[in-house]
Design a protein around this ligand. Structure first.
Ligand code: B3K
Ligand code: ZN
Length: 874
């Protein structure tokens, strides 16, 4: 398993102008004929051999310009087909045999239940046919699919349908043509007994586009939300980015077995059913919102990814970071913007910060990789999106739009680099973005130490910012970054944002200061009253910001900051300070005492009238155990769990009546709709119920039971059931759990939720439940959603039980990883993550975790796991 380096990039020796494919489908012996119209690259050597990628293919025939090749004219290895002598331009015909039914890796052509489908990004196409399987080779495609008329009545591929007909022996065919040149990773094929829901969209230039969502018959009633989201996305991309759809047909297919959320194949997006199907009775609000975001994301890729694609896989964030930024902007506009930002950042600071501090830390544009499948990470996606967001903020919305227009116009139909993107932004703005480029090459989370000093006599405020980025694997020394810090000064007397004057310039009450040096001082003049600084508003840069706030100052910002995001963040910081004390008390065996300032701050929140229930719900939520752990040098899982429970229970005791009122005032009434207003009310009501259930208040138990029985919508039902199952009231929880499991036995997506809510239970029997549920008929290691719902949820969300001191949690995960290494390397390399984060635990746990990593290392490892294990044990 050798690393590949960005610095070794060379253009391809041969380009494919046009690709013709014919699939004769069969579970164990699918025949794939490929006719490639090849042309030597203008800069390539005349004598260059043709080298095509290919894995697990059985070559049946090969011919050049109609002539079968002799055995000594080509060679086939485990990974390549080489034709030694080829002219400047020629046609290559190959025929291979593959076995979709044995493909448990879910890369290339595979079977999911009775249907055939493909996943080609990043390097799955080479498991379908011999091909230059790299994104800088773009060709038009014509694809013919032959299948059984009975079991595969529907035959789909990219582009437009051009012909179909019957064949002998109960077979039939369909031919598709995609006029837009594309790399092989965007190829798709679907065949099976599918039903469709159809709709239409009229583009900004007045063209009619047919929209289809293809599903198994029983899911026809779960497509409405995805279709509505698709239409909103198409309109939004026209309005926000001037991007129009470019085919007459856009298809989405729902597939049960899928490694990721979804895939943006040209004209034929393939979705994990969990990322597209919704129904009020089966999907929660979170799922409705996730579906909306993913449908948008894949649709937006049509321009940011497909029309303009990546030169090589090191540029992955070019399409992913930009597209995540685009889907985030879309979701913010169609939902509650502050809540979206809070959710994004809270996820980012927990998961991406942890990744960036761990053994697999890498830059937004990595310098090397062993397995590109390991780089579909939070850093490439979410940090990449934060970097684009900073660009957009630096340029301002209007100039950023000019930059994106230039980018799409200049590079349409090309495979390009991150420099190409940033250069467009620099050109339209006149900004020097050379220092900014370090965001793409330096890994690790930058830290800012901030300090402030108010001078009464001179009415000045001196803000000092110092930045450093910690060393990460392979990058011991870091250079200072260009960090935009959005800020305000909140007057302690008035509670208002003060006017900001810097170097004699009036900057209004909210401004962005630019930290470029290791240390910089900003002297604000005419500061009329002593202020509390509100820094990094809206999370204006993906950094950790430290400021020695007192608890009084944090309570003040929570009540007064004009920036909703920082208001929420002040609350989080306040709770974190209280948690620090409680964690220490727990470790030292001293009695825990609740900080009254937190109680007062929460009482104030609860006494205010709010018109944004969703924001209030966020403010009332305690930081997760994972985020609390992120703040500790040495993670003590049990102390964190106990301290957090203590805060929750103390607040519940002190504010019982307030929470009860909140619960009662926000009951679900009327028909379910996934509107921001309804979602906010449900979130608020359910957060109140969580507090009350933490002390097992009798009224709360009755309420939870009623909420479950009322069966109004899955958000409420699942929340109530989770609270009951996580309580000590097995007498109520067990029958409810059983009824739920029986009622939904036929629905895999609901069963996923049933698995998750059981294995995240904090009680000591959780691990036994995982082992027990792994034997459940609805569970299968071959289905990635099941692996995530059961194993992933246990290892990632049930910290006290996963980190059991007897090492049983680690052993269970390692056992699963070893099996998945054979079945599905991509999922194995993802699910192992919690084991790779051993560095911050106590020695006993470190030893146990490392021992499991060593045990896995003894196996014959896929490149995916090999890379992760080696980095984790380095
Ligand atoms: N581009 C796909 C990623 C699939 C990669 C799987 N190895 C999903 C997305 O970002 O839209
Ligand atoms: Zn994407």
């Amino acid at each position: 398993h050798q690393p590949i380096h960005l610095s070794d990039y060379r253009p391809p020796a041969y380009l494919v102008k046009h690709t013709e494919l014919t699939f004769d489908l069969d579970p164990s012996a699918t025949r794939v004929k490929a006719r490639l119209h090849l042309q030597r690259h203008p800069e390539a050597d005349a004598g260059a051999p043709l080298v095509l990628d290919g894995e697990a293919l059985e070559l049946k025939a090969i011919a050049m310009d109609g002539q079968a090749l002799e055995a000594d004219e080509y060679a086939v290895s485990e990974t390549e087909l080489t034709v030694f002598q080829v002219p400047e331009s020629f046609i290559l015909d190959t025929e291979v045999e593959i076995a979709p039914k044995d493909n448990t890796a879910l890369e290339g052509l595979y079977q999911s239940a009775s249907m055939y489908c493909t996943q080609c990004e990043a390097e799955g196409f080479r498991r379908i046919t011999f091909y230059p399987d790299r994104p800088d080779v773009m060709a038009t495609f014509a694809t013919t699919v032959i299948g059984d008329s009975g079991s595969e009545p529907v035959l789909l591929s990219n582009g437009n349908p051009v012909e179909r007909g019957e064949l002998p022996n109960g077979r039939h065919f369909a031919t598709w043509e995609d006029p837009h040149p594309k790399p092989s990773y965007l190829f798709a094929l679907v065949a099976g007994d599918l039903k469709k829901v159809e709709d239409h969209f009229t583009t900004m230039s007045g063209r009619d586009v047919t929209l289809q969502i293809w599903v198994e018959e029983e899911n026809l009633n779960k497509t409405e939300h995805a279709m509505a989201s698709l239409k909103r996305s198409m309109r939004w991309d026209e309005e926000a980015y001037g991007r129009e759809y470019d085919l007459d047909l856009f298809m989405i297919v729902a597939v049960n077995d899928f490694n990721m959320g979804a895939m943006e194949n040209k004209g034929l997006n393939i979705f994990n059913s969990a990322a597209v199907l919704t129904h009020p009775q089966t999907a929660t609000d979170a799922t409705f919102q996730r579906v909306e975001g993913i449908v948008a994301h894949e649709y937006f890729h049509n321009w940011s990814g497909n029309r303009v694609t990546c030169r090589d896989w090191f540029q992955l964030s070019l399409k992913e970071g930009f597209t995540v930024f685009r889907d985030q902007s879309f979701s913010a506009e169609v939902n509650s913007a502050p809540v979206k930002r809070i959710e994004e950042v809270s996820f980012f600071r927990t998961a991406q910060f942890a990744e960036d501090a761990g053994p697999t830390s890498h830059p937004v544009r990595p310098d090397s990789y062993i397995e590109i499948g390991n780089f579909y990470t939070l850093t490439i996606y979410e940090k990449g999106a934060e970097v684009v967001r900073m660009l957009s903020n630096l340029l301002g919305a209007e100039t950023f739009r000019k930059g994106s227009d230039l980018y799409f116009a200049r590079f349409d139909g090309q495979a390009v680099t991150i420099e190409d993107f940033v250069t467009c932004m620099a050109e339209v703005s006149g900004l020097d973005l050379s220092q900014f480029m370090r965001w793409y090459s330096q890994a690790g989370t930058p830290e800012i130490d901030a300090n402030g000093e108010y001078d009464y006599a001179n009415a000045t405020y001196r803000l000092t910012l110092r930045q450093r980025t910690p060393a990460t694997p392979g990058q011991p020394d870091k250079l200072p970054l260009h960090i935009p810090v959005r800020m305000g000064l909140v007057g302690t007397k008035s509670g208002r944002d003060l006017n900001l004057t810097l170097d004699g310039q009036d900057l209004g009450t909210d401004t962005v200061i630019h930290l470029r040096e290791e240390e910089q001082e900003f002297l604000f003049t005419d500061v009329a009253e002593a202020p509390v600084p509100s820094l990094l508003r809206g999370f204006s840069a993906p950094v950790k910001l430290f400021f020695p706030y007192s608890r009084e100052e944090l309570a003040f910002l929570l009540a007064n900051d004009s920036d909703g995001f920082n208001q929420w963040d002040a609350g989080q910081r306040l709770v974190l300070l209280a948690l620090d004390d409680l964690i220490a008390a727990h470790r030292n065996g001293v009695e825990k005492v609740m900080d009254p300032r937190v109680v007062d701050a929460f009482r104030d929140l609860l006494s205010q009238d709010t018109d944004d229930q969703a924001v209030l719900a966020e403010m009332l939520m305690l930081p997760s155990e994972a985020y609390i752990a992120e703040q500790q040098l040495l993670v003590d899982v049990d102390a964190i769990h106990a301290a957090r429970d203590f805060v929750k229970q103390s607040l519940a005791h002190e504010l019982r009546d307030e929470f009860l009122t909140l619960y009662q005032e926000n009951q679900s009434a009327g028909a379910y709709a996934p509107t921001p207003a309804q979602i906010g009310r449900r979130a608020l009501k359910n957060v109140a119920l969580s507090y009350l259930m933490s002390i097992e208040d009798p009224q709360a138990i009755t309420a939870a039971k009623q909420q479950f029985d009322a069966d109004h919508n899955m958000t409420d039902v699942r929340h109530a059931l989770t609270l009951l199952v996580h309580s000590s009231r097995g007498d109520i929880a067990d029958p409810a759990l059983k009824a739920f499991g029986t009622k939904w036995a036929h629905d895999p997506l609901v069963m996923d939720q049933w698995f998750t809510l059981q294995v995240t239970r904090p009680q000591a029997d959780a691990l036994d439940r995982v082992r027990y549920l792994m034997q459940h008929p609805a569970f299968s290691l071959k289905n990635p959603n099941k692996v995530r719902a059961l194993i992933g949820a246990f290892a990632g969300q049930n910290r006290v039980n996963f980190h059991r001191l007897d090492g049983e949690g680690y052993r269970l995960l390692a056992d699963v990883v070893i099996e998945l290494n054979r079945l599905n390397p991509e999922i194995a390399a993802r699910i192992i993550t919690p084991l790779t984060r051993w560095q911050r635990f106590d020695e006993a746990r470190q030893d146990l975790m490392k021992a499991e990593l060593e045990r896995i290392r003894q196996e014959k490892l896929s490149p995916n796991l090999y890379e992760i294990i080696e980095k984790s044990l380095a």
